[in-house]
Design a protein around this ligand. Structure first.
Ligand code: FE2
Ligand code: FE2
Length: 471
């Protein structure tokens, strides 16, 4: 469930959308740059091959070239060796160039004849093809760029395959003494070497892409945080409001719509807080009137409600109840006996022991009190009115609840009520001293009251040996 909540959270979704958008843009951008780099690299390679071919062609003397006999033994001729010395140097200076060769036209269109090949010149390189000897034929009809080389420097537009392998080549014309084209010089670079170069570009682009993605993730998380944090604070604010914490305010300092929402939220919370205070005031006044009405009927209980309320609040705070809840307990404790309003004074003020019928009527006051305040108090507070005469051993009334079935607030009011009843004067008996009353309550721990409530009560009123009156 936590995983689902994480996935559906506003922050996660904003983060994912932002990261996805930024990664897409970065990825597309990288792809375009990669394609552009590859194309540029290919164009530059073609251009370089043309320049190298042109420079090599210029290094070859046309006259010497024409002296090479077009036979297999031509490789041993001084002219061949002279050309080989120059072109092998060019080859070594231009790595990863693989082959340099010279071809001349024959009478058959598209068919060329080898004049020179660096391989046949015995260069110490890894041989990947057999060498071509002077006079060997080469079919160039499939390679228009090669034939173009007789007119001007040119280069293949794509990788070309021939019996010697897959290569990219550049071509340039070689001029004779009279300035006429006598042959073309070709330079080859192997496809493997090109793919190695492209691999390097790919590697560099992958590093750039990964850095970009990482940057997008960090940026996405930061931006999403700045958007969702105010929303999270607002959500927390509404939660606090739902828990009736009306003093909670949302701290969002921004001028956008969320900032405006936070301002409105704070104003609403302030207004609710004011309304609650007014209602509490109003309720307090009504309570006072009801209590006065009750105490007018039963002069012996004068001040009883107020004393019970004060003591209950202290015990509640001692038990770690929140100040807001202790205040509510104080308020409801004042009303705990309100059900006695409907009991006739003759019963309330009777000096003799009550008969069973009268006792039955008196025991109805918690339920009557609950009915009187039904439309004013919430369920939790009404329970206190109903259960303030319940006992943990189940011998209380009206419901005979046991142990934890009795809520803590009811027990707090119950113990305060019992203590005040014992220590104040009643129509039927004299008051007990506080020491005796406290001992009675101690004795009732675990039967009438919960041990923890008795213990908090003792801390409030003090142990019998060092007691003072509860204030
Ligand atoms: Fe009562
Ligand atoms: Fe009472």
């Amino acid at each position: 469930m936590k995983g689902r909540a994480f996935f559906y959270s506003f922050k996660t979704r904003v983060t994912l959308v932002l990261i996805l958008a930024m990664v897409s843009v970065t990825g597309l951008n990288n792809f375009l740059v990669y394609r552009f780099n590859l194309n540029t690299h290919f164009v530059q390679l073609r251009h370089s091959l043309m320049i190298i071919a042109q420079m090599a062609a210029l290094a070859v003397d046309g006259e010497t070239l024409q002296k090479i006999p077009l036979t297999w033994d031509g490789v041993r001729s001084p002219a061949y060796r002279e050309v080989a010395a120059k072109l092998n140097k060019v080859l070594e200076m231009n790595k990863p160039l693989q082959y340099i060769y010279v071809l001349t036209k024959t009478k058959t269109p598209g068919k060329l004849k080898f004049l020179f090949d660096t391989e046949a010149a015995g260069r110490e390189v890894q041989r990947k093809r057999g060498s071509a000897r002077p006079g060997d034929f080469y079919d160039a009809s499939r390679f228009p760029e090669m034939l173009e080389g007789f007119n001007a420097p040119s280069a293949d537009h794509k990788l070309q395959a021939d019996p010697w392998g897959v290569t990219l080549s550049g071509y340039a014309p070689i001029l004779g003494k009279d300035g006429k084209v006598i042959a073309i010089l070709g330079v080859d670079i192997l496809a493997d070497d090109i793919s190695k170069m492209q691999q390097e570009i790919r590697g560099r682009m992958a590093v750039v892409l990964l850095s970009g993605v990482l940057f997008c993730c960090v940026l996405g998380i930061l931006i999403a945080g700045s958007v969702s944090n105010p929303v999270r604070r607002l959500t927390e604010g509404t939660r606090q409001l739902a828990r009736e914490n009306l003093d909670y305010r949302v701290a969002v300092r921004s001028r956008d719509e969320i900032g405006g929402l936070a301002d409105s939220f704070n104003k609403m919370a302030e207004s609710l807080s004011q309304s609650r205070k007014r209602l509490q005031n109003y309720f307090f006044k009504v309570t006072q009137s009801l209590v006065q009405a009750l105490e007018a009927k039963d002069p012996y209980t004068q001040g009883h409600s107020k004393r019970v309320a004060n003591l209950a609040r202290k015990v509640a705070l001692e038990l770690g109840v929140s100040p807001e809840k202790a205040e509510l307990i104080w308020c409801v404790a004042e009303l705990h006996d309100i059900g006695k309003l409907v009991i006739h004074e003759t019963i309330l003020n009777k000096k003799e022991k009550l008969d069973p019928e009268e006792w039955k009527i008196l025991k109805e006051h918690p339920v009557t009190g609950e009915k009187i305040l039904e439309s004013v108090l919430d369920e939790e507070l009404l329970r206190v009115i109903r259960s303030h005469h319940e006992r943990v051993d189940g011998k209380g009334y009206p419901d005979g609840l046991k142990g934890d079935e009795i809520d803590l607030s009811s027990q707090i009011v119950s113990i305060a009520d019992a203590y005040d009843a014992m220590t104040s004067i009643r129509s039927y008996r004299k008051p007990l001293t506080p020491e005796v009353a406290v001992r009675e309550i101690e004795r009732a721990s675990g039967t009438q009251f919960r041990a923890e409530v008795v213990s908090a009560f003792l801390k409030v009123v003090g142990r019998p040996e060092k007691m003072g009156e509860p204030k």
